[in-house]
Design a protein around this ligand. Structure first.
Ligand SMILES: [Zn+2]
Ligand SMILES: [Zn+2]
Length: 448
């Protein structure tokens, strides 16, 4: 028995709306000069010379399909490609065995010598999903980031000069585990002034909304009793969970439309003849801004405590078994540089407001983007109606459209990084935009 097919009427509406907006979209332009034409040409040539190696890396990592914290062969493949180009990489720093760091200055690989100027990081993810492999396309992220870093490295050998430093940072365990937040708390991003990465998707869009996400487990403790002989002596923890699930359902009408709460029952008692002494429900809690996520968190706490009182149980609330993520804050001037370089690759990077904001998930890059300026553009790999986290997406990301995203993503990341290093006016605007959007947040302490 399978459920009836789900109507696609709403998705069809969304697609029509998107197409109308896309037709009217005026491409982003940048007010800044960025790097010189000569340097851009050098980096483009270097990127194209490294294309085969970057695609080889993408295919290898797709095949490994290693889950969060276990990306051993994937990170080794990145490190080996760097080593073969003469760049040493450190694997397993800041508390995560599959993190990676490599650095580059105008003098060549970063040997720790103090250099003048700012530091920009290009981030590489490489974790896959349980059961469905690279259904989020992180192998493409790894390949584009490594390709971009090596393009800059090759261009330096070819005479490119800049002040400052480029880092390639391998950030494991994005899926469900917030690896970037774990690394950030351990100092992985200390001394980094800006961070950029690219993520595959069904559209080219430079500013797609990502919601902040927390996890909440509510465990109720009641009093066990014989469910037939003396139920009046019991206090039912499962009743409390059932009420909690219903109350959260009713709450949904009265929260901002961009908020999400979705849950599963984790424990509901052991046998019908015993009044359940303990039961629990677990939610993912998402919202579009840090402040509204804080509001929603407080309301869920009130729901949990009110029900405990009503049922004679006690509620234990455990937040964020894995570190929470915050919404992505897109840096405007960096986004415009990305869009400029994508246009040269034949891609129109849409701005926010074209692709429906309802198609939103969460990423640990959000936590980096509120510490330092950054962008997390999405690059089209599939048709719009192929969702991330499906087998279909994993397949298409392994084919020619995935390869094309690696090539265009490599160029986009390398040139955006170079623009930022080369153009002090751009750097100042990037910082001003970051400050105007709220400046640096105390992420680790945000909800305490
Ligand atoms: Zn994902
Ligand atoms: Zn992803």
């Amino acid at each position: 028995m399978t459920a009836e097919p789900v109507s696609t009427a709403f998705l069809d509406e969304l697609r029509d709306v998107t197409e109308r907006r896309r037709a009217a979209f005026v491409p982003l332009t940048s007010a800044f000069a960025g790097a010189s034409d000569g340097d851009v040409a050098r980096v483009r040539a270097a990127a194209s010379a490294g294309e085969g190696a970057a695609l080889g890396l993408a295919h290898a990592v797709h095949g490994y399909a290693e889950e969060a914290f276990r990306e051993v062969r994937s990170v080794a493949a990145v490190a080996e490609l760097l080593r073969s180009a003469g760049v040493p990489a450190v694997v397993g720093t800041h508390g995560l065995a599959t993190s990676l760091r490599a650095g580059l200055t105008s003098h060549g690989p970063d040997d720790g010598t103090v250099v003048d100027g700012p530091t920009i990081a290009i981030l590489a993810e490489y974790d896959a999903l349980p059961g469905i492999g690279h259904a989020c396309g992180h192998h493409l992220i790894a390949a584009a980031a490594t390709g971009a870093f090596l393009a800059l490295h090759r261009a330096v050998a070819d005479g490119l000069r800049f002040d400052g430093r480029v880092l390639l940072l391998g950030t494991p365990a994005e899926e469900g585990a917030s690896g970037k937040e774990v690394l950030a708390r351990a100092g992985f991003f200390d001394g980094v002034d800006a961070a950029i990465m690219v993520h595959p998707f069904g559209y080219d869009v430079v500013d797609h909304p990502f919601l902040g996400r927390r996890q909440l487990r509510v465990s109720y403790h009641g009093v066990a009793a014989h469910a037939s002989a003396s139920p009046f002596m019991g206090r039912n923890a499962l009743d409390a969970v059932a009420l909690n699930y219903q109350a959260v359902g009713l709450l949904r009408q009265h929260i901002p439309p961009s908020d999400r709460v979705h849950g599963v029952v984790r424990e509901g008692g052991d046998r019908p003849s015993v009044v359940p002494e303990r039961a629990s429900v677990e939610y993912y809690v998402r919202s579009a801004s840090p402040a509204t996520l804080k509001d929603l968190s407080r309301r869920l706490e009130d729901v949990a405590h009110g029900i405990a009182r009503a049922t004679g149980t006690t509620a234990q609330l455990d937040w964020d078994a894995a570190p929470f993520t915050l919404p992505v804050r897109t840096n405007g001037p960096l986004a415009a540089r990305w869009a400029t370089h994508q246009a040269a690759q034949g891609r129109t990077a849409l701005a926010g407001g074209v692709v429906p904001e309802i198609l939103a998930a969460s990423t640990d890059f959000g936590n980096i983007s509120v510490r330092i300026p950054g962008i997390h553009p999405m690059i089209a790999v599939s048709d719009p109606d192929v969702a991330l986290h499906t087998r279909e997406f994993a397949d298409v990301a392994a084919g020619p459209r995935g390869d094309s995203a690696v090539v265009d993503g490599t160029v986009g990341l390398a040139l955006t990084a170079l623009d930022w290093l080369a153009d002090p006016a751009l750097r100042a605007a990037v910082l001003a935009d970051f400050e105007a959007s709220g400046g640096a947040l105390d992420v680790a302490g945000y909800f305490s």
